[in-house]
Design a protein around this ligand. Structure first.
Ligand code: PHE
Length: 455
């Protein structure tokens, strides 16, 4: 019979089984999150006298609430991370966060304003407790220097996007066509499945994300030399947050400016069928699912060949590739200006989203992994929370850039974002060797035995 400590070391397809527990938990959490998000604004603005009545708000009020909601869900990751570091550990934080999310989503299934606000508040708290900490736990499955860590984050990221791809289609359909509250309820059922996976999977997560009391941890960190190293790593980590803000500031044009652009200025007729603009939103998630494996494989091969493959290098390359996506969009903007119909081909958008996702896969999972390597163990959840905060700032930046396009015109903005991303990415590549020194080897890949020991 297998003991619990044996179970935690079991692997499947070269990774600890705990990774798949976290994969499916996060897949369902994201299913509920993106499903609910897909119908939130539509529900708010749907008239109250329809067969499927909404709240009848105007667009501006709905977008304001949406803006605050998306900002708060990630901003609350900061206290979520702190609570895990200081009080309960990541594993329990994920469990409590999951419970809050089940309650929040299921309350939204009730048709009352009181239930609506309570549901939203519980979801904000739940995501804050769950999202940063489950990401930290992925890193906790691997020892320092384990080459599988980056790949593990990409696998995890694919799980996120399977949820993100299916949710708008399933929850969106049920909510919009049948009943908003059935849609919200369906998101809740998704989260409940995630919570059951997590509870069942505890046996594969022994020793991962456990609370480490500060006194015990601080004993290991009384060496002053180590704290200088830790400081350097924090500096490089904060720098990576700047990359993250710039990247999301560009990428998250998807839901705003690129969405409107697709709706108004892209010819979406294909094979006699007009592709809805919102369809392009699911495209990114689909690309992540398709490209996640090949890109992770590419980086593993690249590393094995002995080429430069530090996290910062990948992030620099990712920023440049994302920038080139905007060059394609500038191409679309030029075609729009020149064509008689005033519309550009949809292939520009397919290409732009493709490059954006190649960039995303070289940045977002890499950044998650980088945090778990760089932050001192006792601050890792907090730093993960800070990373999510950087993400929310990136989202805000994206909104500002989108607004600027209203007066400057799309072509100028697309070219500007292209130039800025490529320039910034190149600058990063120039300094990558020097910046790498600040990591003091924590980003280096070593030859690790295949047996996983959680650390
Ligand atoms: N698709 C990613 C996710 O849902 C977007 C994201 C990245 C959100 C980083 C927060 C932080 O996880």
């Amino acid at each position: 019979m297998l003991t619990d400590s044996n179970k935690v070391q079991q692997t499947l397809w070269g990774h600890p089984k705990g990774l798949y527990v976290l994969f499916f938990t996060e897949l369902w959490e994201r299913f509920s999150f993106y499903g609910m998000r897909a119908i939130l604004v539509l529900y708010l603005t749907a008239q109250g006298d329809r067969l499927n009545p909404g709240l009848g708000w105007d667009n501006l009020s709905a977008l304001q609430l949406y803006g605050w909601y998306t900002f708060l869900v990630y901003a609350l990751s900061v206290p979520g991370g702190l609570i895990a570091d200081r009080l309960i550990g990541q594993k329990k934080a994920v469990m409590y966060g999951g419970a809050l999310l089940c309650a929040g989503h299921l309350i939204l299934a009730f048709d009352s304003l009181w239930a609506f606000y309570s549901g939203l508040a519980l979801i904000v708290l739940g995501v804050g407790a769950l999202k940063p900490n489950i990401s930290t736990m992925v890193g906790g499955l691997y020892r320092q220097g384990d080459a599988r860590r980056d790949t593990a984050f990409t696998i995890f990221y694919v799980g996120i996007n399977i949820g993100a791809f299916c949710a708008p289609l399933v929850v969106g359909y049920v909510g919009e066509v049948i009943n908003w509250h059935y849609g919200f309820g369906l998101a809740g059922i998704g989260m409940a499945i995630g919570q059951m996976v997590y509870i069942y999977g505890q046996r594969y997560l022994k020793g991962v994300g456990e609370f480490v009391p500060v006194q015990k941890a601080s004993k290991n960190h009384e060496k002053t030399k180590l704290s200088k190293i830790e400081k350097d790593r924090m500096i490089v980590l904060l720098l990576s947050f700047i990359i993250v803000i710039i990247f999301w500031g560009a990428y998250e044009q998807a839901g705003g400016l690129m969405n409107l652009y697709a709706k108004e200025k892209i010819d979406r007729l294909m094979w006699g069928f007009e592709i809805p603009a919102s369809f392009l939103q699911a495209l990114s998630a689909l690309y992540v699912v398709i490209l996640g494996g090949p890109i992770a494989w590419f980086w593993v091969r690249w590393t094995k060949k002995g080429f430069e493959s530090s996290s910062l290098f990948k992030m620099g390359v990712g920023t440049i590739i994302t920038g080139f996506g905007f060059l394609l969009l500038a191409g679309a903007a030029m075609e729009t200006l020149e064509s008689v119909t005033g519309k550009a081909s949809i292939y520009w958008m397919f290409g732009a989203y493709f490059l954006h996702v190649v960039g995303e896969l070289s940045i977002s999972p890499v950044a998650l992994s980088f945090i778990t390597k760089m932050a001192p163990a006792r601050h890792v959840s907090f730093m993960m929370g800070a990373y999510f905060f950087a993400t929310s700032l990136g989202n805000k930046l994206a909104g500002l850039v989108g607004e600027a396009a209203q007066s400057a015109g799309e072509l100028t903005i697309f070219l500007g974002v292209f130039g800025f991303c490529v320039g910034f990415g190149l600058l990063l590549l120039v300094f990558v060797k020097r910046l790498k020194k600040l990591t003091h080897g924590a980003d280096d890949v070593q030859n690790i035995s295949p047996i996983t020991e959680p650390g």
